[in-house]
Design a binder for this molecule. Structure first.
Ligand SMILES: C[S@@+](CC[C@H](N)C(=O)[O-])C[C@H]1O[C@@H](n2cnc3c(N)ncnc32)[C@H](O)[C@@H]1O
Length: 348
């Protein structure tokens, strides 16, 4: 890691501890080559997407305001032909970024290009099942063989940044969790496990009724999340901090998961340039024609809604809760991360 990257990460954690605006989740496109029934981004339809020069203006403005990390998602980011131009622009202006992909459109060429993305902190690849029929059911397309082929390419590529797999646990795939963890470990990749968002009334996620677990499934999923927390503390190749998995267990059991920092540490930038405090709150303004400094008071006004919605609605978006839980438990996060790293180093 370069000194400049290390110093930026220190600043990121400092801003997190002070709850200062740091992360922007950006759906670079609503368009996707898959059609997951649980996700409503692709169901929104395409909008006029920001050009790379629009992005440059917006991200420079965000950077001046203190934002440091963009979480680039979609839709499917790798459908954007200018994705690497966007990454190069973020590198030029000194923004850090992560990206999430379904992995099916990666090629040996695009994987090679990833190695020169200086600010890319992590590449996350979604894998919701190792069973072809279940994968197609959850992802709307029969693309598991292509995904597995590309995960092997990624695992062999030796990229300079971490590559991890993302599993969204739901009632159709939770029994596969340990098999997917073993699969990830066999490729020397870490795994993140997130609970599917449940409940009605979300703007961002679609919640088909059949995803609602029955009481037995809820209990079994919660037990799995608690086991993942224990495994993470023992040093298994799980990406999230154990506190996140413990909260995920509470979430699937319908218990409150605590305050959310959307609109403080984090905000949401939509494909066309609109912003909101989080995926679940209404759009406040369009960053194409406004500066974040002018809009911030309006965003802050929505914090009240976030504070009350985080105690009354069953939301556990990874974008917000992952950041909130880590920010609120930094000391324990660092202790655990150091102990896990040490265990892996000495092989216990
Ligand atoms: C919306 S996708 C976009 C990026 C990319 N197309 C992908 O598949 O990773 C980003 C992440 O959101 C997850 N996701 C979609 N709908 C969800 C829901 N209802 N609850 C929780 N996670 C969801 C996906 O599984 C994926 O890991």
């Amino acid at each position: 890691m370069t000194l400049s990257r290390a110093l930026k990460l220190v600043r990121v954690f400092r801003r997190m501890s002070l709850r200062q605006p740091t992360f922007v989740s950006y759906n670079i496109s609503n368009v996707c080559n898959e059609a997951c029934p649980m996700c409503s981004v692709w169901q929104r339809g395409s909008v006029k997407e920001l050009s790379v020069s629009d992005m440059e203006r917006i991200f420079l403005d965000l950077k001046r305001f203190g934002f440091m990390v963009a979480e680039i998602s979609g839709g499917e980011p790798f459908l954007r032909r200018d994705l690497f131009d966007a990454f190069a622009m973020l590198d030029r202006i000194g923004f850090l970024y992560t990206t999430a992909t379904n992995g099916t459109l990666l090629t040996p060429e695009s994987i090679k290009r990833l190695s020169s993305c200086q600010g890319l902190l992590q590449l996350a690849v979604s894998i919701d099942s190792l069973d072809r029929v279940t994968y197609q059911r959850l992802r709307g397309r029969d693309l598991l063989p292509k995904l597995l082929e590309n995960i092997d390419l990624l695992a062999q590529a030796g990229l300079p940044m971490p590559v991890k797999l993302n599993l969204v646990m739901n009632r159709f795939n939770y029994r596969e969790t340990m098999a997917i963890l073993a699969y990830a470990a066999s490729r020397k990749l870490a795994l993140s496990v997130f609970p599917v968002n449940l409940g009605d009334g979300f703007l961002h996620r679609s919640n088909p009724h059949e995803y609602l677990p029955n009481p037995v499934e809820r209990r079994e999923m919660a037990e799995l999340f608690r086991e993942l927390a224990r495994m993470r503390r023992r040093g298994e190749s799980l990406w999230e901090y154990s506190g996140f998995y413990e909260k995920a267990a509470d979430y699937v059991e319908g218990r409150p998961v605590g305050p959310c920092d959307a609109g403080a540490l984090y905000m949401d930038l939509h494909a066309g340039g609109d912003i909101s405090v989080c995926v679940d709150q209404p759009v406040i303004a369009d960053l194409r024609g406004n500066s974040i400094a002018d809009i911030w008071p309006k965003l802050m006004a929505q914090r009240e809604a976030v504070l009350s919605c985080s105690t009354t609605t069953p939301c556990f978006y990874t974008c917000t809760y992952n950041i909130s839980i880590t920010a609120r438990n930094e000391a324990s996060f660092f202790r655990e991360t150091a102990s896990v790293a040490l265990r892996r180093l000495v092989g216990v």
